[in-house]
Design a protein around this ligand. Structure first.
Ligand code: ADP
Ligand code: MG
Length: 599
Protein backbone atom coordinates (compact mmCIF):
# COMPACT_ATOMS: atom_id res chain seq x y z
CA UNK A 1 0.00 0.00 0.00
CA UNK A 2 1.12 3.51 -0.75
CA UNK A 3 1.49 5.74 2.32
CA UNK A 4 -1.11 8.51 2.44
CA UNK A 5 1.63 11.14 2.65
CA UNK A 6 4.74 10.05 0.84
CA UNK A 7 7.77 10.94 2.89
CA UNK A 8 9.12 14.08 1.22
CA UNK A 9 12.71 13.66 0.13
CA UNK A 10 15.15 15.89 2.01
CA UNK A 11 17.66 17.52 -0.31
CA UNK A 12 20.60 19.80 0.20
CA UNK A 13 19.84 22.98 -1.74
CA UNK A 14 22.19 23.99 -4.51
CA UNK A 15 24.51 26.88 -3.89
CA UNK A 16 22.63 29.32 -6.05
CA UNK A 17 19.44 28.78 -4.09
CA UNK A 18 21.29 28.99 -0.77
CA UNK A 19 22.80 32.30 -1.81
CA UNK A 20 19.49 33.70 -2.92
CA UNK A 21 17.82 32.77 0.35
CA UNK A 22 20.65 34.28 2.34
CA UNK A 23 20.58 37.37 0.17
CA UNK A 24 16.96 37.85 1.09
CA UNK A 25 17.95 38.58 4.68
CA UNK A 26 20.60 41.16 3.90
CA UNK A 27 19.33 42.70 0.69
CA UNK A 28 15.77 43.69 1.24
CA UNK A 29 15.62 46.70 -1.03
CA UNK A 30 17.87 49.17 -2.86
CA UNK A 31 18.56 51.01 0.40
CA UNK A 32 20.09 47.82 1.84
CA UNK A 33 22.58 47.78 -1.02
CA UNK A 34 23.48 51.39 -0.30
CA UNK A 35 23.85 50.64 3.40
CA UNK A 36 26.19 47.68 2.89
CA UNK A 37 28.34 49.40 0.27
CA UNK A 38 28.65 52.58 2.31
CA UNK A 39 29.53 50.58 5.42
CA UNK A 40 32.28 48.85 3.48
CA UNK A 41 33.62 52.21 2.33
CA UNK A 42 33.63 53.48 5.93
CA UNK A 43 35.37 50.30 7.10
CA UNK A 44 37.97 50.79 4.36
CA UNK A 45 38.93 54.09 6.00
CA UNK A 46 37.46 56.32 3.31
CA UNK A 47 37.50 60.09 3.81
CA UNK A 48 34.96 60.70 1.09
CA UNK A 49 32.14 58.46 -0.05
CA UNK A 50 30.10 59.27 -3.13
CA UNK A 51 26.78 57.55 -3.73
CA UNK A 52 25.27 57.77 -7.20
CA UNK A 53 21.71 56.66 -7.82
CA UNK A 54 20.30 56.65 -11.31
CA UNK A 55 17.31 55.45 -13.22
CA UNK A 56 14.19 56.74 -14.81
CA UNK A 57 11.07 55.48 -13.09
CA UNK A 58 12.86 52.98 -10.88
CA UNK A 59 16.28 52.70 -9.35
CA UNK A 60 18.34 51.15 -12.13
CA UNK A 61 21.83 51.69 -10.88
CA UNK A 62 23.55 52.26 -7.55
CA UNK A 63 27.21 53.12 -7.43
CA UNK A 64 29.32 53.81 -4.36
CA UNK A 65 32.79 55.25 -4.83
CA UNK A 66 35.27 55.59 -1.99
CA UNK A 67 38.86 56.67 -1.49
CA UNK A 68 39.55 53.97 1.07
CA UNK A 69 42.24 51.32 1.22
CA UNK A 70 41.08 49.39 -1.86
CA UNK A 71 41.61 45.70 -2.52
CA UNK A 72 44.32 43.65 -4.17
CA UNK A 73 43.48 41.45 -7.13
CA UNK A 74 43.38 38.24 -5.02
CA UNK A 75 41.23 39.83 -2.35
CA UNK A 76 38.54 41.08 -4.71
CA UNK A 77 37.60 37.54 -5.66
CA UNK A 78 37.62 36.44 -2.03
CA UNK A 79 35.48 39.38 -1.00
CA UNK A 80 32.58 38.00 -3.03
CA UNK A 81 32.62 34.59 -1.37
CA UNK A 82 30.08 34.04 1.39
CA UNK A 83 31.47 34.44 4.90
CA UNK A 84 34.60 36.10 3.55
CA UNK A 85 35.67 39.02 5.68
CA UNK A 86 38.87 40.76 6.63
CA UNK A 87 37.28 42.17 9.79
CA UNK A 88 37.03 39.12 11.99
CA UNK A 89 39.80 36.61 12.61
CA UNK A 90 38.35 34.64 15.52
CA UNK A 91 35.07 34.37 17.37
CA UNK A 92 36.37 36.47 20.27
CA UNK A 93 36.75 39.42 17.92
CA UNK A 94 32.97 39.68 17.83
CA UNK A 95 33.05 41.29 21.27
CA UNK A 96 35.53 43.91 20.18
CA UNK A 97 33.96 44.86 16.87
CA UNK A 98 34.57 48.44 15.86
CA UNK A 99 33.95 48.00 12.13
CA UNK A 100 30.51 48.33 10.53
CA UNK A 101 30.73 44.94 8.82
CA UNK A 102 31.90 41.58 10.13
CA UNK A 103 29.53 39.01 8.69
CA UNK A 104 31.27 38.72 5.33
CA UNK A 105 27.91 38.37 3.63
CA UNK A 106 27.06 41.61 1.94
CA UNK A 107 29.02 41.46 -1.28
CA UNK A 108 28.16 37.78 -1.82
CA UNK A 109 24.49 38.50 -1.16
CA UNK A 110 24.30 41.50 -3.44
CA UNK A 111 26.15 39.68 -6.24
CA UNK A 112 23.72 36.76 -5.93
CA UNK A 113 20.74 38.92 -6.88
CA UNK A 114 22.21 41.57 -9.18
CA UNK A 115 24.95 42.46 -11.60
CA UNK A 116 27.91 43.95 -9.75
CA UNK A 117 30.91 45.69 -11.21
CA UNK A 118 33.86 46.41 -8.95
CA UNK A 119 36.86 48.56 -9.76
CA UNK A 120 39.44 48.72 -7.00
CA UNK A 121 43.02 49.71 -6.45
CA UNK A 122 44.95 49.47 -3.16
CA UNK A 123 45.82 52.81 -1.62
CA UNK A 124 49.35 53.93 -2.39
CA UNK A 125 49.95 51.22 -4.99
CA UNK A 126 51.27 53.76 -7.49
CA UNK A 127 50.89 53.52 -11.25
CA UNK A 128 49.61 49.93 -11.42
CA UNK A 129 46.24 49.30 -13.06
CA UNK A 130 43.10 48.77 -11.02
CA UNK A 131 41.29 45.45 -10.91
CA UNK A 132 37.95 45.12 -12.65
CA UNK A 133 35.57 42.32 -11.73
CA UNK A 134 32.02 41.79 -12.94
CA UNK A 135 29.75 39.28 -11.23
CA UNK A 136 26.17 38.58 -12.20
CA UNK A 137 23.82 36.32 -10.28
CA UNK A 138 26.81 34.99 -8.37
CA UNK A 139 28.86 34.10 -11.49
CA UNK A 140 32.04 35.90 -12.49
CA UNK A 141 31.39 37.18 -15.99
CA UNK A 142 34.40 39.41 -16.50
CA UNK A 143 37.77 39.94 -14.90
CA UNK A 144 40.41 42.38 -16.08
CA UNK A 145 42.28 45.61 -15.54
CA UNK A 146 41.44 49.22 -15.99
CA UNK A 147 42.70 52.68 -15.06
CA UNK A 148 41.27 54.12 -11.82
CA UNK A 149 42.27 56.16 -8.79
CA UNK A 150 43.05 54.51 -5.43
CA UNK A 151 40.01 53.21 -3.64
CA UNK A 152 36.98 51.21 -4.63
CA UNK A 153 33.93 51.69 -6.79
CA UNK A 154 31.09 49.20 -6.67
CA UNK A 155 28.23 49.53 -9.17
CA UNK A 156 25.08 47.47 -8.79
CA UNK A 157 22.59 47.05 -11.64
CA UNK A 158 19.59 44.84 -12.37
CA UNK A 159 18.82 44.34 -8.70
CA UNK A 160 16.56 41.30 -8.10
CA UNK A 161 16.65 40.37 -11.82
CA UNK A 162 16.65 36.68 -10.84
CA UNK A 163 14.27 36.97 -7.88
CA UNK A 164 11.05 38.28 -9.45
CA UNK A 165 9.06 37.84 -6.24
CA UNK A 166 11.33 40.24 -4.40
CA UNK A 167 11.31 42.66 -7.28
CA UNK A 168 7.53 42.78 -7.20
CA UNK A 169 7.56 43.98 -3.61
CA UNK A 170 9.63 47.04 -4.33
CA UNK A 171 7.78 50.24 -3.62
CA UNK A 172 7.70 53.26 -5.85
CA UNK A 173 11.02 54.83 -6.81
CA UNK A 174 10.19 57.76 -4.51
CA UNK A 175 9.74 55.47 -1.52
CA UNK A 176 12.93 53.55 -2.24
CA UNK A 177 14.76 56.82 -2.69
CA UNK A 178 13.48 58.03 0.65
CA UNK A 179 14.88 54.93 2.33
CA UNK A 180 18.22 55.59 0.65
CA UNK A 181 18.28 59.19 1.90
CA UNK A 182 17.56 57.94 5.40
CA UNK A 183 20.45 55.48 5.27
CA UNK A 184 22.88 58.09 3.99
CA UNK A 185 21.72 60.64 6.57
CA UNK A 186 22.21 58.13 9.34
CA UNK A 187 25.68 57.23 8.13
CA UNK A 188 26.60 60.91 7.86
CA UNK A 189 25.43 61.55 11.43
CA UNK A 190 27.32 58.56 12.78
CA UNK A 191 30.48 59.60 10.91
CA UNK A 192 30.64 63.40 10.85
CA UNK A 193 34.34 63.19 9.97
CA UNK A 194 33.65 61.55 6.59
CA UNK A 195 32.28 63.45 3.61
CA UNK A 196 29.18 61.85 2.12
CA UNK A 197 27.70 62.97 -1.18
CA UNK A 198 24.54 61.57 -2.65
CA UNK A 199 23.69 62.24 -6.27
CA UNK A 200 20.40 61.28 -7.89
CA UNK A 201 20.57 61.32 -11.68
CA UNK A 202 23.58 63.59 -11.42
CA UNK A 203 21.94 66.08 -9.05
CA UNK A 204 23.47 66.52 -5.64
CA UNK A 205 20.95 65.75 -2.86
CA UNK A 206 23.13 65.37 0.20
CA UNK A 207 26.61 66.72 0.84
CA UNK A 208 28.51 66.73 4.11
CA UNK A 209 32.06 67.85 4.65
CA UNK A 210 35.01 65.77 5.73
CA UNK A 211 36.64 66.37 9.13
CA UNK A 212 33.31 67.92 10.21
CA UNK A 213 31.62 67.85 13.60
CA UNK A 214 28.21 66.44 14.45
CA UNK A 215 26.84 69.99 14.30
CA UNK A 216 28.29 70.44 10.79
CA UNK A 217 26.63 67.22 9.67
CA UNK A 218 23.27 68.29 11.15
CA UNK A 219 23.51 71.70 9.47
CA UNK A 220 24.30 70.09 6.15
CA UNK A 221 21.46 67.58 6.42
CA UNK A 222 18.69 69.52 8.13
CA UNK A 223 19.63 73.16 7.70
CA UNK A 224 21.25 75.70 9.95
CA UNK A 225 17.96 76.87 11.51
CA UNK A 226 17.53 73.59 13.35
CA UNK A 227 21.24 73.34 14.09
CA UNK A 228 21.41 76.81 15.64
CA UNK A 229 18.81 76.06 18.29
CA UNK A 230 20.23 72.75 19.47
CA UNK A 231 21.51 72.23 22.99
CA UNK A 232 24.76 70.36 23.50
CA UNK A 233 24.75 67.20 25.58
CA UNK A 234 27.81 65.69 27.14
CA UNK A 235 28.24 63.17 29.89
CA UNK A 236 30.35 60.27 30.99
CA UNK A 237 29.49 57.33 33.18
CA UNK A 238 31.27 54.13 34.13
CA UNK A 239 30.67 52.32 30.85
CA UNK A 240 29.55 55.00 28.50
CA UNK A 241 30.27 58.38 27.05
CA UNK A 242 27.38 60.43 25.70
CA UNK A 243 27.78 63.27 23.27
CA UNK A 244 25.24 64.94 21.11
CA UNK A 245 22.78 67.70 20.42
CA UNK A 246 19.14 67.92 21.41
CA UNK A 247 16.34 70.31 20.60
CA UNK A 248 15.08 73.04 22.83
CA UNK A 249 11.61 72.05 24.09
CA UNK A 250 9.92 74.53 21.78
CA UNK A 251 11.08 72.41 18.87
CA UNK A 252 9.22 69.14 19.21
CA UNK A 253 7.70 66.37 17.13
CA UNK A 254 4.72 64.03 17.32
CA UNK A 255 6.87 60.87 17.38
CA UNK A 256 10.35 59.55 18.11
CA UNK A 257 11.45 59.47 14.47
CA UNK A 258 13.88 62.32 15.03
CA UNK A 259 15.59 60.78 18.03
CA UNK A 260 18.66 59.39 16.31
CA UNK A 261 21.24 57.43 18.20
CA UNK A 262 24.50 55.86 17.24
CA UNK A 263 26.35 53.40 19.41
CA UNK A 264 30.03 53.19 18.61
CA UNK A 265 29.38 54.91 15.29
CA UNK A 266 26.62 52.54 14.28
CA UNK A 267 23.13 54.05 13.88
CA UNK A 268 20.74 51.89 15.83
CA UNK A 269 17.07 52.10 16.55
CA UNK A 270 16.36 51.59 20.21
CA UNK A 271 12.97 52.20 21.77
CA UNK A 272 14.37 52.20 25.33
CA UNK A 273 16.92 54.88 24.47
CA UNK A 274 14.28 57.00 22.73
CA UNK A 275 12.09 56.69 25.83
CA UNK A 276 14.98 57.71 28.05
CA UNK A 277 15.61 60.82 25.97
CA UNK A 278 11.92 61.77 26.24
CA UNK A 279 11.98 61.10 29.95
CA UNK A 280 14.88 63.52 30.34
CA UNK A 281 12.59 66.33 29.14
CA UNK A 282 9.92 65.59 31.74
CA UNK A 283 7.28 68.32 31.76
CA UNK A 284 9.32 70.51 29.45
CA UNK A 285 7.32 68.92 26.64
CA UNK A 286 3.61 68.40 26.22
CA UNK A 287 2.59 64.83 27.04
CA UNK A 288 2.49 63.36 23.55
CA UNK A 289 5.35 65.30 22.01
CA UNK A 290 8.95 64.22 21.46
CA UNK A 291 12.21 66.07 21.03
CA UNK A 292 14.69 66.04 18.21
CA UNK A 293 17.92 64.44 19.37
CA UNK A 294 21.19 63.34 17.87
CA UNK A 295 23.14 61.24 20.31
CA UNK A 296 26.44 59.56 19.82
CA UNK A 297 27.13 56.95 22.48
CA UNK A 298 30.48 55.34 23.02
CA UNK A 299 29.85 52.18 24.97
CA UNK A 300 32.39 49.61 26.11
CA UNK A 301 32.36 47.12 23.20
CA UNK A 302 32.11 44.17 25.56
CA UNK A 303 28.61 45.39 26.53
CA UNK A 304 27.32 45.65 22.99
CA UNK A 305 26.27 42.60 21.00
CA UNK A 306 26.10 43.72 17.39
CA UNK A 307 25.32 40.29 16.03
CA UNK A 308 21.59 40.10 16.68
CA UNK A 309 20.12 41.45 13.46
CA UNK A 310 21.00 40.46 9.86
CA UNK A 311 21.21 44.07 8.77
CA UNK A 312 22.75 45.10 12.12
CA UNK A 313 19.98 47.65 12.68
CA UNK A 314 19.51 46.57 16.26
CA UNK A 315 22.05 45.75 18.90
CA UNK A 316 21.74 44.11 22.26
CA UNK A 317 23.15 46.00 25.21
CA UNK A 318 24.01 44.48 28.55
CA UNK A 319 23.17 46.65 31.57
CA UNK A 320 20.64 48.38 29.34
CA UNK A 321 18.43 49.51 32.24
CA UNK A 322 21.34 51.22 33.95
CA UNK A 323 22.64 52.90 30.79
CA UNK A 324 19.17 54.10 29.84
CA UNK A 325 18.67 55.71 33.27
CA UNK A 326 22.02 57.43 32.93
CA UNK A 327 21.04 58.77 29.51
CA UNK A 328 17.81 60.25 30.94
CA UNK A 329 19.69 62.01 33.70
CA UNK A 330 22.38 63.36 31.36
CA UNK A 331 19.63 64.82 29.16
CA UNK A 332 17.88 66.32 32.20
CA UNK A 333 21.12 67.94 33.37
CA UNK A 334 21.92 69.34 29.94
CA UNK A 335 18.49 70.92 29.72
CA UNK A 336 18.75 72.32 33.19
CA UNK A 337 21.96 74.16 32.42
CA UNK A 338 20.78 75.36 29.03
CA UNK A 339 19.11 78.64 28.28
CA UNK A 340 15.70 77.54 27.18
CA UNK A 341 13.86 80.72 26.30
CA UNK A 342 12.47 80.05 22.85
CA UNK A 343 13.63 82.55 20.28
CA UNK A 344 11.00 84.35 18.30
CA UNK A 345 11.52 83.45 14.68
CA UNK A 346 11.68 86.20 12.11
CA UNK A 347 8.76 86.46 9.73
CA UNK A 348 9.25 85.00 6.24
CA UNK A 349 10.78 87.33 3.67
CA UNK A 350 7.86 89.07 1.92
CA UNK A 351 7.48 87.97 -1.67
CA UNK A 352 7.06 91.51 -2.93
CA UNK A 353 9.78 93.68 -1.44
CA UNK A 354 7.58 96.72 -0.86
CA UNK A 355 4.55 94.90 0.48
CA UNK A 356 4.94 93.63 4.01
CA UNK A 357 3.14 90.37 4.74
CA UNK A 358 -0.26 90.89 6.24
CA UNK A 359 -0.39 89.53 9.72
CA UNK A 360 3.12 90.79 10.25
CA UNK A 361 2.28 94.46 10.66
CA UNK A 362 0.62 94.74 14.04
CA UNK A 363 -2.72 96.46 13.71
CA UNK A 364 -2.67 99.59 15.86
CA UNK A 365 -4.76 99.41 18.97
CA UNK A 366 -4.85 95.63 19.05
CA UNK A 367 -2.32 95.56 21.88
CA UNK A 368 -2.24 97.76 24.83
CA UNK A 369 1.04 98.36 26.51
CA UNK A 370 0.82 99.59 30.04
CA UNK A 371 3.59 101.50 31.63
CA UNK A 372 4.54 99.90 34.90
CA UNK A 373 3.01 101.16 38.09
CA UNK A 374 5.86 101.44 40.54
CA UNK A 375 4.01 101.83 43.78
CA UNK A 376 1.36 99.44 44.91
CA UNK A 377 -2.02 100.90 45.76
CA UNK A 378 -4.54 98.28 46.65
CA UNK A 379 -7.21 99.98 44.57
CA UNK A 380 -8.07 97.22 42.14
CA UNK A 381 -9.69 94.29 43.87
CA UNK A 382 -7.98 92.25 41.19
CA UNK A 383 -4.56 93.49 42.24
CA UNK A 384 -5.11 92.57 45.83
CA UNK A 385 -6.27 89.10 44.80
CA UNK A 386 -3.07 88.79 42.75
CA UNK A 387 -1.14 89.88 45.78
CA UNK A 388 -2.69 87.10 47.83
CA UNK A 389 -1.88 84.55 45.16
CA UNK A 390 1.71 85.70 44.99
CA UNK A 391 2.09 85.72 48.74
CA UNK A 392 0.95 82.11 48.94
CA UNK A 393 3.49 80.88 46.46
CA UNK A 394 6.12 83.18 47.88
CA UNK A 395 6.34 81.33 51.16
CA UNK A 396 8.81 78.96 49.57
CA UNK A 397 10.98 81.73 48.17
CA UNK A 398 13.84 82.96 50.33
CA UNK A 399 13.53 86.74 50.34
CA UNK A 400 17.18 87.51 49.76
CA UNK A 401 17.41 85.29 46.73
CA UNK A 402 15.05 87.58 44.89
CA UNK A 403 17.36 90.24 43.55
CA UNK A 404 20.07 87.77 42.66
CA UNK A 405 17.55 85.90 40.56
CA UNK A 406 17.11 88.53 37.96
CA UNK A 407 20.56 89.54 36.86
CA UNK A 408 20.24 92.12 34.16
CA UNK A 409 16.49 91.63 33.87
CA UNK A 410 14.20 94.59 34.05
CA UNK A 411 10.43 94.59 33.88
CA UNK A 412 9.35 97.34 31.49
CA UNK A 413 5.63 96.80 31.36
CA UNK A 414 2.65 94.56 30.96
CA UNK A 415 1.06 93.84 27.62
CA UNK A 416 -2.70 93.48 27.51
CA UNK A 417 -2.79 92.30 31.14
CA UNK A 418 -1.38 88.99 29.90
CA UNK A 419 2.30 89.27 29.10
CA UNK A 420 5.09 90.66 31.20
CA UNK A 421 7.62 92.57 29.15
CA UNK A 422 11.20 92.34 30.25
CA UNK A 423 14.53 93.44 28.91
CA UNK A 424 17.38 91.16 29.70
CA UNK A 425 21.09 91.43 29.10
CA UNK A 426 22.48 88.58 27.09
CA UNK A 427 26.17 88.91 26.36
CA UNK A 428 26.82 92.42 25.15
CA UNK A 429 23.27 92.88 23.86
CA UNK A 430 19.94 93.38 25.47
CA UNK A 431 17.03 91.24 24.43
CA UNK A 432 13.30 91.60 24.80
CA UNK A 433 11.56 88.80 26.66
CA UNK A 434 7.79 88.33 26.84
CA UNK A 435 6.53 86.20 29.70
CA UNK A 436 3.10 84.62 29.85
CA UNK A 437 1.98 85.56 33.37
CA UNK A 438 -0.48 82.69 33.69
CA UNK A 439 1.93 80.03 32.40
CA UNK A 440 4.67 81.39 34.65
CA UNK A 441 2.59 81.23 37.81
CA UNK A 442 1.26 77.85 36.76
CA UNK A 443 4.82 76.50 36.67
CA UNK A 444 5.48 77.91 40.14
CA UNK A 445 2.31 76.37 41.58
CA UNK A 446 2.86 73.06 39.86
CA UNK A 447 6.27 72.58 41.42
CA UNK A 448 5.04 73.65 44.83
CA UNK A 449 2.05 71.32 44.78
CA UNK A 450 4.34 68.45 43.88
CA UNK A 451 6.88 69.35 46.52
CA UNK A 452 4.17 69.66 49.17
CA UNK A 453 2.83 66.26 48.26
CA UNK A 454 6.27 64.72 48.62
CA UNK A 455 6.84 66.38 51.99
CA UNK A 456 3.53 65.19 53.30
CA UNK A 457 0.28 66.84 52.61
CA UNK A 458 -0.49 70.33 53.78
CA UNK A 459 -4.00 71.59 53.49
CA UNK A 460 -5.98 74.27 55.24
CA UNK A 461 -9.53 75.10 56.07
CA UNK A 462 -11.32 77.77 54.09
CA UNK A 463 -12.61 80.75 56.03
CA UNK A 464 -15.97 80.25 54.38
CA UNK A 465 -16.72 76.84 52.86
CA UNK A 466 -17.60 76.88 49.17
CA UNK A 467 -20.90 75.24 48.37
CA UNK A 468 -21.15 73.37 45.07
CA UNK A 469 -24.62 72.76 43.74
CA UNK A 470 -24.36 70.14 41.04
CA UNK A 471 -26.45 68.26 38.55
CA UNK A 472 -27.05 64.61 39.53
CA UNK A 473 -24.56 63.29 36.97
CA UNK A 474 -21.88 65.65 38.21
CA UNK A 475 -22.54 64.68 41.81
CA UNK A 476 -21.88 61.04 40.94
CA UNK A 477 -18.61 62.00 39.28
CA UNK A 478 -17.57 64.05 42.32
CA UNK A 479 -18.31 61.12 44.64
CA UNK A 480 -16.11 58.96 42.43
CA UNK A 481 -13.30 61.51 42.55
CA UNK A 482 -13.48 62.11 46.33
CA UNK A 483 -10.44 59.94 47.12
CA UNK A 484 -8.38 61.68 44.43
CA UNK A 485 -9.37 65.07 45.78
CA UNK A 486 -8.68 64.05 49.34
CA UNK A 487 -5.22 62.89 48.35
CA UNK A 488 -4.54 66.43 47.18
CA UNK A 489 -5.89 68.10 50.29
CA UNK A 490 -9.52 68.78 49.38
CA UNK A 491 -12.09 67.84 51.96
CA UNK A 492 -15.61 67.77 50.53
CA UNK A 493 -18.73 66.98 52.49
CA UNK A 494 -22.09 66.03 51.11
CA UNK A 495 -24.48 68.82 51.85
CA UNK A 496 -28.00 67.86 50.95
CA UNK A 497 -29.04 66.43 47.63
CA UNK A 498 -26.30 66.76 45.01
CA UNK A 499 -24.55 69.52 46.90
CA UNK A 500 -21.13 69.51 48.48
CA UNK A 501 -19.38 71.81 50.88
CA UNK A 502 -15.69 72.26 50.15
CA UNK A 503 -14.12 72.85 53.56
CA UNK A 504 -10.41 72.31 53.05
CA UNK A 505 -8.10 73.04 50.11
CA UNK A 506 -4.38 72.62 49.41
CA UNK A 507 -2.31 75.23 51.20
CA UNK A 508 -1.09 76.89 47.99
CA UNK A 509 -4.60 77.98 47.14
CA UNK A 510 -5.01 79.98 50.33
CA UNK A 511 -7.84 80.50 52.79
CA UNK A 512 -9.86 82.83 50.67
CA UNK A 513 -10.04 81.27 47.24
CA UNK A 514 -12.63 82.67 44.90
CA UNK A 515 -15.58 80.26 44.71
CA UNK A 516 -15.29 80.27 40.88
CA UNK A 517 -11.75 78.96 41.11
CA UNK A 518 -12.94 75.99 43.17
CA UNK A 519 -15.90 75.41 40.88
CA UNK A 520 -13.71 75.40 37.78
CA UNK A 521 -11.17 73.18 39.45
CA UNK A 522 -13.75 70.56 40.46
CA UNK A 523 -15.27 70.70 36.98
CA UNK A 524 -11.84 69.88 35.55
CA UNK A 525 -11.32 67.02 37.99
CA UNK A 526 -14.57 65.35 36.96
CA UNK A 527 -14.00 66.20 33.29
CA UNK A 528 -13.17 63.89 30.42
CA UNK A 529 -9.52 64.87 30.24
CA UNK A 530 -8.84 63.51 33.67
CA UNK A 531 -10.81 60.35 33.05
CA UNK A 532 -8.51 59.52 30.13
CA UNK A 533 -5.30 60.64 31.85
CA UNK A 534 -2.78 57.86 32.43
CA UNK A 535 -1.33 59.46 35.55
CA UNK A 536 -4.30 60.84 37.46
CA UNK A 537 -2.27 62.32 40.32
CA UNK A 538 -0.12 64.24 37.90
CA UNK A 539 -3.21 65.42 36.03
CA UNK A 540 -4.83 66.71 39.25
CA UNK A 541 -1.62 68.53 40.12
CA UNK A 542 -1.76 70.25 36.72
CA UNK A 543 -5.38 71.22 37.28
CA UNK A 544 -4.65 72.76 40.68
CA UNK A 545 -1.72 74.67 39.19
CA UNK A 546 -3.78 75.88 36.26
CA UNK A 547 -6.82 76.94 38.26
CA UNK A 548 -4.88 78.44 41.12
CA UNK A 549 -2.58 80.50 38.93
CA UNK A 550 -2.84 84.20 38.17
CA UNK A 551 -5.01 84.55 35.09
CA UNK A 552 -4.43 86.30 31.82
CA UNK A 553 -6.38 89.53 32.16
CA UNK A 554 -5.18 90.30 35.67
CA UNK A 555 -3.56 93.71 35.83
CA UNK A 556 -0.34 93.55 37.81
CA UNK A 557 1.86 96.17 39.36
CA UNK A 558 5.54 96.31 38.57
CA UNK A 559 6.34 94.95 41.97
CA UNK A 560 3.96 92.01 41.52
CA UNK A 561 5.50 91.17 38.17
CA UNK A 562 8.97 91.22 39.67
CA UNK A 563 7.86 88.95 42.48
CA UNK A 564 6.33 86.51 40.04
CA UNK A 565 9.52 86.37 37.99
CA UNK A 566 11.60 85.84 41.10
CA UNK A 567 9.42 82.85 41.95
CA UNK A 568 9.55 81.56 38.41
CA UNK A 569 13.32 81.56 38.25
CA UNK A 570 13.52 79.49 41.41
CA UNK A 571 11.65 76.61 39.78
CA UNK A 572 13.40 73.67 38.21
CA UNK A 573 11.98 74.35 34.77
CA UNK A 574 11.24 78.04 34.44
CA UNK A 575 10.93 77.91 30.68
CA UNK A 576 7.80 75.85 30.22
CA UNK A 577 4.47 75.46 31.95
CA UNK A 578 3.48 71.98 33.20
CA UNK A 579 1.72 71.32 29.91
CA UNK A 580 4.99 71.88 28.10
CA UNK A 581 4.05 75.23 26.59
CA UNK A 582 6.65 77.99 26.77
CA UNK A 583 6.42 80.47 29.64
CA UNK A 584 8.52 82.99 27.77
CA UNK A 585 9.72 83.96 24.33
CA UNK A 586 12.72 86.12 23.64
CA UNK A 587 13.53 88.49 20.83
CA UNK A 588 17.28 88.79 20.69
CA UNK A 589 18.88 91.84 19.22
CA UNK A 590 20.10 89.67 16.37
CA UNK A 591 16.60 88.37 15.61
CA UNK A 592 15.15 91.83 15.77
CA UNK A 593 17.79 93.03 13.33
CA UNK A 594 16.80 90.21 11.02
CA UNK A 595 13.12 91.03 11.37
CA UNK A 596 13.83 94.60 10.38
CA UNK A 597 16.14 93.35 7.64
CA UNK A 598 19.07 95.26 9.07
CA UNK A 599 21.32 92.27 8.66
P1 ADP B 1 32.06 42.43 5.71
O1 ADP B 1 31.94 43.88 5.50
O2 ADP B 1 31.09 41.92 6.71
O3 ADP B 1 33.47 41.98 5.99
P2 ADP B 1 31.39 42.24 2.93
O4 ADP B 1 30.85 41.17 2.10
O5 ADP B 1 30.66 43.52 3.00
O6 ADP B 1 31.62 41.67 4.37
O7 ADP B 1 32.87 42.54 2.41
C1 ADP B 1 33.80 41.49 2.37
C2 ADP B 1 35.21 42.02 2.43
O8 ADP B 1 35.52 42.75 1.25
C3 ADP B 1 35.47 43.01 3.54
O9 ADP B 1 35.79 42.35 4.75
C4 ADP B 1 36.62 43.83 3.00
O10 ADP B 1 37.85 43.20 3.28
C5 ADP B 1 36.41 43.80 1.52
N1 ADP B 1 35.77 45.03 1.02
C6 ADP B 1 34.47 45.20 0.71
N2 ADP B 1 34.21 46.46 0.28
C7 ADP B 1 35.39 47.12 0.32
C8 ADP B 1 35.79 48.46 0.02
N3 ADP B 1 34.91 49.38 -0.40
N4 ADP B 1 37.10 48.78 0.18
C9 ADP B 1 37.99 47.87 0.60
N5 ADP B 1 37.66 46.60 0.93
C10 ADP B 1 36.40 46.20 0.78
MG1 MG C 1 30.34 44.83 4.69
Amino acid sequence: MEPAHPDPRIRILDEETINQIAAGEVVERPASVVKELVENAVDAGAETVRIEISGSGGIDRIRVVDDGMGMSRENVRLAFMRHATSKLQAIDDLHRIRSMGFRGEALASIAAVARVEVVTKPRGSGAVPATLLVISGGEVVEEGETGAPDGTSVAVEDLFFNTPARKKFLKSAQTELRHIYTIVEQMALAHPDISFRLLHNGREKIATQKKGTLLDAISALYGSDLARDLIPVRGRTAYMQVEGLISAPAHNRPNTAQILTSINHRQVSSAPIARAVREGYGTLLPKDRFPVAFLSLTVDTSLVDVNVHPTKREVRISREGELVREIASIIRESLRSARLIPQASPPPIPRHPRMPESGYTPSPGAWRVEAPVRAYHPVHREQSATDTQLRLTEKEVPGAARDALLPGMEVIGQLDAAYIMVTSASGSHEELVLIDQHAAHERVLYEQVRATREQGLRSQELLVPVILTLRPKEAVAVREALHLLLAEGFVLEEFGKDSFAVRTVPVVLGKQVEPEVIEDLIADVIGDDLRSAADKKEAVTCIIACRGAIKAGAHMTLEQMERLLAQLFLTDNPYTCPHGRPTMVSFSRERLDRMFRRS
